[in-house]
Design a protein around this ligand. Structure first.
Ligand code: C5P
Length: 228
């Protein structure tokens, strides 16, 4: 697939959200909505964003008993979400039910493996002998084999995932920056690098949110994605 851009719309409320969306012009992008907006503004916001012609990426990282996740995925389908994240650590049965719930719809399920906020202490906490990399690969492989459509990973892990996982899947990468930035993203990659490594969807938030001319920056990113 041609690489796509997902804007992480990490803002406080609908007013701020629409003030940004109104500055984006007709550029075809995905809008990623996380806890911050979804818990406050809910499905009403999703429907409005869809009406504006954007694809919606619900980043809710579902992790619960299989039946509850099944119901959550069904609801995401109902409100018209295009992408939804689930935790691969939720287990095989949970992922199977998630896949079953979206069957027949266009919703793409994206699996989250080991969060970048975790380190070796987390492995001790889980009681696993796997390294962080081994665990992330095992979880990603299992998820894709069960029918999860994509995996969220660092741009630095895309190549290995694409090499090791034989089945086709969508690779989604946050942690993208244009140059050295001073925010909390520690290991960042440029859009060119991410695409060359094999990323299919690039998640970018603050660099676009803070840009004076968001439309122009998105156009520039699209040029980069097409030429990388
Ligand atoms: O503003 P920024 O470009 O850093 O936004 C990146 C988005 O991707 C945020 O919504 C963040 O929660 C998400 N994310 C991340 N790193 C991960 C997983 C998700 O930055 N490992």
């Amino acid at each position: 697939m041609e690489p796509k851009l997902a804007l992480a719309l990490d803002v406080e409320n609908q007013e701020e959200a629409f003030s940004i969306l109104d500055q984006l012009g007709n550029e075809k992008i995905i809008i990623k909505i996380g806890y911050l907006l979804f818990i406050k503004e809910g499905s009403d916001l999703i429907k409005k964003i869809k009406k504006k012609g954007f694809e919606v990426f619900l980043d809710l990282k579902l992790h619960d008993i299989p039946n509850t996740v099944y119901n959550g995925v069904k609801s995401a389908v109902e409100i018209g979400a295009d992408y939804l994240t689930i935790h691969t650590l939720g287990g095989k049965e949970m992922m199977e039910k998630a896949v079953e719930a979206k069957r027949g719809s266009d919703l793409k399920l994206l699996g989250v493996t080991v969060l970048t906020s975790h380190n070796e202490d987390y492995l001790k906490y889980l009681g696993t002998r796997y390294s962080l990399d081994q665990l992330a690969l095992k979880l990603a492989k299992t998820a894709v084999s069960l029918g999860v459509d994509g995996i969220v990973s660092s741009p630095f892990e895309v190549r290995r995932l694409k090499e090791e996982i034989k089945k086709e899947f969508i690779c989604v990468t946050p942690g993208i920056r244009f140059s050295n930035s001073d925010d909390d993203q520690k290991r960042v990659a440029t859009p060119e690098f991410a695409v060359k490594e094999g990323a299919d969807i690039l998640v970018i938030g603050r660099p676009i949110i803070k840009a004076e001319n968001k439309k122009e920056l998105i156009k520039e990113i699209h040029r980069i994605l097409q030429n990388a």
